[in-house]
Design a protein around this ligand. Structure first.
Ligand code: PNW
Length: 538
């Protein structure tokens, strides 16, 4: 009898061990390579920063209250014809009035950080420092104080796309170098008024989108369509503005406030279609340089654009008959001023592509960033879909992009400042697809940190709640909380993804073999039952 008992015990333990070592996949029909896709059980380093993210225009509403000036997004949405169903951010989630509720939601999730943005024209209605709107300042003071009272640290973006309309009207906004001075004054005001409590600053959110969607394709505000020239000028001015803000912080505020200033860049990961083909590997690197390197190379490396951008754009410009390269140049003095002006790297990442090398260069006019970059990329049909055309979940991509950043920028401290997925506009609290997204993507961040040694220190989920999704209006929902936009009160309800995220945050990762623990405890229970049965029989 005793040997039977021992055998049973061995069998049950074997079962437990084998079930624990079976690879577990989140998207088991598509991403099921045991080496690459198996769920990895471990926790993040102590102090890893868990956050959720939003931006002013997408959530605040109160577009013309308490002295706020109009931004280019107010103008763009009010003009009509630019956004799905002509929807606007006039009310959005009404966070201007409901910020305390927002903070309570974060507290419920157990978050210790919150990434939000300041609306420039709420604090400076004309964009310039000669007219400060104290009521606007008060709003952000209230929000920051409420966060801190609830044990949540602010991470603040200075510019998430809502340029004061007055600056666009007076000199063309980012198209003019005049903006550098106005941005510097705005940044300095924010450091001065909020920097006693804000220790993480991001100058810009996704300058790639600002330049290309705002000034090349013109599908985002201010809707300028000047392909192949203006986006490079806009980027030039954005980089100069970033560097100015960093230097102001460094010289005037850092010693007393002890914070950090970075920038948030967005990019898909571009995976070489065949890693053993050097051309595909080079194409991947070229794609990354045109996306991230365009901004990150000057800021985190040497104050200048990547070599590959400089040579390609000069050459293509010449072929197109331009007297000089469409890519502007920084002076030596400017390079020295711009180099190394990022204390940390913010990454917004959503999806990935396969890339191969192009067969030939397209020298036709009009010029464009796309022709200059000239990288054929695609997403596989079989990859999962989401509520947005451009977003197909590819979890392993975030691991690769974090490794690339770590290597390219010498182990820079990095933060995932946005990552998340959309669903279509339907009422849904059981958002399984979002749970799968977070479970798989955050697991790949964990692999990048623990297995590959990437210096990634934090993660912000986009988004805390459903909000105004730019050109898509309210037709795509990215939130962990459902917001009813048909109700004047804009009630919020947690989705299941909020519960999932809060338990992941609580565990600081993936608790080792929770299923294995369950099997072992069941076995022990059975064993106790067997042995008492055995004893009573004897
Ligand atoms: C980011 N694309 O934007 C922004 O920072 C957020 O404001 C936005 O809500 C979020 O991602 C979700 O879209 C993007 O077309 C907008 O590739 C468009 C694209 C990528 C990012």
């Amino acid at each position: 009898m005793a040997s039977l008992l021992a055998k049973t015990l061995c069998f049950i333990l074997l079962l437990a061990v084998s079930s624990a070592s079976d690879p577990e996949f989140v998207y088991d029909d598509v991403f099921n390579d045991p080496e690459r896709d198996a769920l990895y059980y471990d926790t993040f380093p102590e102090g890893f920063i868990w956050s959720s993210a939003t931006s002013a225009y997408q959530i605040e509403g109160a577009w013309n209250e308490d002295g706020k000036g109009p931004s280019i997004w107010d103008t763009w949405t009010h003009e009509g014809g630019n956004v799905h169903n002509d929807e606007t951010g006039d009310v959005a989630c009404d966070s201007y009035h409901k910020y305390k509720e927002d903070v309570a939601m974060m507290k419920n999730l157990g978050l210790k950080y919150y990434r939000f943005s300041i609306a420039w024209s709420r604090v400076l209605p004309n964009g310039t420092i000669d007219n400060i709107n104290e009521l606007g300042i008060q709003y952000y003071n209230n929000l920051i104080d409420e966060l801190i009272a609830n044990g949540i640290q602010p991470m603040v973006t200075l510019y998430h796309w809502d340029l004061p309309q007055a600056l666009h009207d007076s000199y063309g906004g980012w198209m003019s170098e005049d903006i550098v001075e106005d941005f510097a004054n705005y940044a300095s005001l924010c450091f001065e008024r909020f920097g006693d409590r804000v220790k993480f600053w991001l100058t810009f959110n996704e300058p790639w989108i600002i330049s290309l969607l705002g000034y090349e394709s013109g599908v985002f505000a201010p809707g300028v369509q000047e392909s192949g020239t203006t986006p490079y000028i806009v980027t030039h001015n954005l980089i100069k503005s970033h560097a100015r803000a960093w230097h102001i912080y460094d010289e005037e505020y850092r010693s007393t406030q002890e914070g950090e200033v970075g920038i948030t860049l967005n990019s898909d990961w571009n995976e070489p279609h065949n890693r053993s083909n050097p051309d595909h590997v080079a194409a991947s690197d070229q794609a990354m340089q045109f996306n991230l390197g365009w901004f990150a190379h000057p800021i985190y490396k040497n104050g200048d654009y990547p070599e590959i951008m400089k040579t390609r754009i000069a050459n293509i410009s010449a072929q197109q008959g331009y007297p000089k390269s469409r890519l502007p140049e920084f002076t030596e003095e400017e390079k020295a001023y711009i180099a190394k002006t990022g204390d940390f790297f913010g990454l917004n990442h959503y999806s990935s592509n396969y890339v191969v090398n192009a067969d030939s260069v397209d020298y036709s006019t009009p010029p464009s960033w796309g022709k200059d970059a000239n990288i054929p990329t695609w997403k596989e049909e079989e990859w999962p879909s989401s509520g947005s055309d451009w977003l197909k979940p590819v979890p392993w991509g975030i691991r690769q992009i974090l490794i690339w950043i770590d290597k390219e920028y010498d182990g820079i401290e990095s933060y995932v400042t946005e990552n998340g997925v959309s669903t279509k506009d339907v009422f849904e609290l059981n958002d399984e697809s979002r749970i799968k997204f977070y479970k798989s993507y955050i697991n790949e961040v964990l692999k990048a940190v623990k297995i590959d040694g990437a210096n990634c220190r934090g993660y912000a989920a986009w988004s805390l709640m459903d909000n105004f999704e730019w050109g898509a209006g309210y037709s795509e929902r990215f939130g962990m909380h459902y917001v009813d936009f048909t109700d004047d009160d804009r009630p919020r309800q947690p989705k299941n993804s909020a519960l999932f995220y809060s338990s992941l945050v609580k565990d600081n990762g993936y608790v080792v073999g929770s299923s294995c623990v369950a099997v072992i405890s069941t076995s022990l229970l059975l064993l106790t039952l067997f042995s008492s049965l055995f004893r009573s029989l004897c």
